[in-house]
Ligand binder design. Structure first.
Ligand code: XIL
Length: 445
């Protein structure tokens, strides 16, 4: 039945639906996963309206990974004790199989979106004695074992424990923590691993992307888990970020210290929200685009970072306006009408650049003079079609914004040698005497 629906969908969308020069096209070449969460709209299963066609065309054409935003959470999958509902998760798995996408499973344990029969164990947030430690352990073991077994072999990465830390780096006082004690985390990973030894298991949180009290707590915890032989494979950084308030150095350092432990790091719920008073302004959209590109570059430069997943791909489906009572929004890479925003093109360009395609960041229209920087191995040449522009400087920065090379007095047509560049992507900025800039993103192999 479902299979027929997908065949139908394919005939509506057309055979070229997995697009060339798309996010997934370039990500596939790099063996990386780029994905999006799906929620209500996806599960309508109405393939007939234009919006719906556009939606699926983007989902299938641009992404090679998918995650359910709500439908595999505790309240959705075990609404009554030991009565399980897999329908929506199954629909997503079927879709992923049909369109060749990997999946993330979100999430086995959280303090939110729990069914009433579990939250009945708390009164005003405090354990009321309804469940003993043994009972709650048995409930958790049953939940985790049942879900992971049901989707065995279909989920690449499971979010095992979600948001279990407080801002100060100590463990959150959830029902799990209060009734069972801190070792509920160890048990959750062990049960998930027993049920599907091939699935990759993650601990994830928000507000712990960079170096801060929470991420220090997480770092200490994962070291402890690894030391005890608990089967944890990685840390998820949710990355619900705010434009103009992102410290990329700090994120990069945190990714590095975690991967140095041998762990994987995934960016699992990326969105970059814009404050309402900046909505739709060029400045904000361009800045957001740069930030998306920078974040993706940190991910692409990291060998132990397999997945970059956004929390909805369109502003029409984003949770941010609701979550922030309308004070923020426009956090995704497509707008309300499913048109790609500058942020989409920034991701595309960043992926192209990591594939060795030299990407000019200025369009001809916005570039006041005409130069073509050509990067060949250890040098580049700036040429001009309009005679001899007078350049002052050329600066090369890495994707975190660090200045690596600064060169003065560039002459058109003459090779400029740059050494000291390690592998990775960089931005070259050439400036003329009138302070016009030309930017280009490039890959040093
Ligand atoms: C959000 C969903 O997107 C919303 O639809 C729902 O109302 C609330 O939860 N961190 C998480 C996700 O781990 O599960 C949350 O998803 C967003 C924050």
């Amino acid at each position: 039945m479902k299979r027929i629906a997908y065949v139908l969908l394919l005939s509506i969308l057309g055979p070229g639906v997995v697009a060339q020069d798309s996010l997934r096209y370039w990500a596939d070449k790099l063996d990386k996963y780029i994905g999006s969460s799906v929620e209500d709209y996806f599960f309508l299963n109405d393939f007939w309206t234009m919006t719906s066609r556009t939606y699926h065309k983007i989902m299938i054409g641009q992404f090679n990974m998918i995650v359910a935003g709500n439908e595999m959470k505790f309240d959705a999958t075990e609404p009554q004790r030991n009565l399980f509902s897999f329908t929506k998760g199954d629909i997503m798995m079927e879709y992923a199989g049909t369109w060749g996408m990997a999946t993330r499973g979100h999430c086995l344990l959280w303090h939110n979106q729990l069914p009433g029969w579990i939250t009945a164990g708390l009164t005003d947030g405090v354990d009321n004695g309804l469940y003993s430690r043994d009972t709650l352990l048995a409930i958790l073991e049953n939940h985790i074992t049942t879900l992971v077994t049901h989707w065995k072999g279909k989920v690449r990465e499971w979010d095992v424990v979600n948001e279990v830390f407080d801002g100060d780096g100590t463990l959150r006082e959830s029902i799990w923590q209060q009734v069972i004690g801190d070792d509920y985390i160890d048990s959750a990973f062990v049960w998930a691993h027993r049920a599907d030894p091939d699935a990759l298991l993650f601990l994830l949180d928000y507000g712990a992307e960079g170096l801060n009290s929470k991420s220090h707590g997480i770092y200490a915890k994962v070291q402890e888990l690894l030391g005890k032989g608990i089967p944890i494979h990685g840390v998820g950084m949710q990355c619900h970020l705010t434009t103009n308030d992102i410290n990329f150095y700090s994120i990069e350092s945190n990714v590095k210290r975690l991967t140095d432990l041998g762990l994987l790091v995934c960016f699992t719920e990326v969105d970059i929200k814009i404050p309402a008073d900046e909505f739709s302004t060029d400045v904000a959209l361009q800045r957001q685009a740069r930030e998306y590109g920078q974040l993706l570059s940190i991910f692409l430069n990291c060998e132990q970072c397999p997945s970059f997943v956004m929390w909805a791909f369109s502003d029409n489906d984003s949770w941010i306006p609701d979550h922030t009572a309308g004070t923020y929004g426009q956090a995704c890479i497509y707008n309300l009408k499913y048109q790609p925003k500058p942020a989409y093109y920034a991701l595309l360009d960043t992926l192209r650049a990591h594939n060795g395609v030299n990407v000019g960041l200025n369009t001809a229209a916005s570039n006041p003079f005409s130069i073509v920087p050509t990067l060949v191995d250890d040098h580049f040449i700036v040429t001009s079609e309009t005679g001899s522009p007078e350049f002052t400087t050329a600066v090369i920065t890495d994707m975190a914004g660090r200045q690596i090379v600064k060169l003065k007095e560039i002459t058109a047509g003459e090779p400029v040698y740059v050494s000291a560049l390690g592998k990775g992507t960089y931005v070259l900025t050439v400036t003329d005497r009138n302070d016009n800039h030309y930017l280009m993103k490039f890959l040093k192999k």
